[in-house]
Design a protein around this ligand. Sequence first.
Ligand code: KG4
Ligand code: ZN
Length: 357
Amino acid sequence: MSKKPLILGIESSCDETAASIITENEDGIPIVLSNIISSQVDVHKEFGGVVPELAARSHMEKIDLIVKKAINDSGHKIEEINAVASTAGPGLIVCLSVGLSFGKAFAASLNIPFIAVNHLEGHALSPKLNSNLNYPYLLLLISGGHSQFLNVQNLGKYKRLGTTIDDALGEAFDKTAKLLGIEFPGGPQIEILAKKGDPDRYNLPKPIINKGGCNLSFAGLKTAILKITKDIKTDQEKFDLAASFQKTVEKILYKKTKIAFIEFEKQITTKKKIFVVAGGVAANKNIRSMLNNLCKEKDYQSMFPPIEICGDNAAMIALVGLEKFKLKQFNDLDYPAKPRWSLDENAKFLKGAGVRL
Ligand code: KG4
Ligand code: ZN
C-alpha cells in the first residue's frame, strides 16, 4: 500500500480562522481527518459587518491554536505532514496575510512544499469532499463576495459564463437582513423567517432578468427592499418581505441557470451534464431544492457540498492542495496575497456604472 499524502489546509480570507488535515484513500477519494473552524461572529456583531483590522487581529490570536488542534484531531504528527496549502486570495489582504504567512513559515520550517490556493477554487471543488466528481462541470458559485456561473474544465481551468454586475447574492441576503433589523450575520436568518411569510405579498424587481445572458444583478432588490422597510410595522410584514425576497431570488436563479445550461452545453463535448452549486448561499435549502428540480427537468446531475462545507472552511483549501500536490504544482515562498483573484483570468471585469451587457 503506497503512502498517501497528508495535507494541511489553512483558511483566513475573511472572518473564519480554519485549519484542516486531509488525505485520500486507495481510490483517490479525499478523507477529511480534521476540519476546525473558528468563526469571529462575536467580534464583528456590534459593528454589523466584518471589520478588517479586528478580523486580522483575531486570526493572529487564534491561528496557531487552530492549526495545532487540526493536527491533534487528525491523529497524525506534525512531521508526517507532506505539504501546506494556504488561501492566498481573493479576500481581505490583512486577513489573507495571516494564514498565508503562517502556512509559508510552517512549510519552510518542515522543509515541505507550499501551495497557494484560490479560495474560490476551494468552493468550486468542495463537493469532491463527499462525492466523486469529474470534469467538466457547470458551477454556480454563490457566496458573500461572488456570484458566478463557470465552466470548470479542469483543476485551475475555468471559463466564466456569467457573473454579478453588482452585489453578490450572499451580500444581497445580508443587506436584506440588515434592513429587516436582523443581527449580523443575517443571511441564513432570512431563510428561516421566510418560512413564516407570504412570498406573494411584495412584488420585488428581478434586475436584468430578460437581458445579459446568465449575468446576474441584485443591487436593485436591495433598493426596493429599503423603500418597503420604511413602511413595515409588524413582524408578519417582515416575514412576508423575507419570503418575497427568497422567492424572487429563486426565480432569478431559475431563469439564469436555464440560460447557463445552454451556454455550458455549447462548450462541452461530454454527454453527461453535471451542475454543482457551492459557496455560502448553497446552504439555503429552498435554493438547493429548486435547483435540484431544475436539474431533473433538464437532465443534469446536481451536486451540492454538505451544508457544513458550504461556508468558509479549510478542508476545501486542503483539497485543492491535495490535487495540486499530486501534480507537483508547488509555489515559492514569496507568493503574494491577492485581494482580487479571478478563476477565469481572461474574463472581462463586469462591475460598476456603465457596464454594457
Ligand atoms: O462562502 P461564504 O461562507 O463566504 C464567502 O466566501 O463569501 O459565504 C457567506 C455568505 C454570507 O453572505 C451568508 O449570508 C450567506 O453566505 N449564507 C446564506 C445562507 N447561509 C450562508 N445565504 C442564504 N441562505 C443561507 N442559508
Ligand atoms: Zn467563501
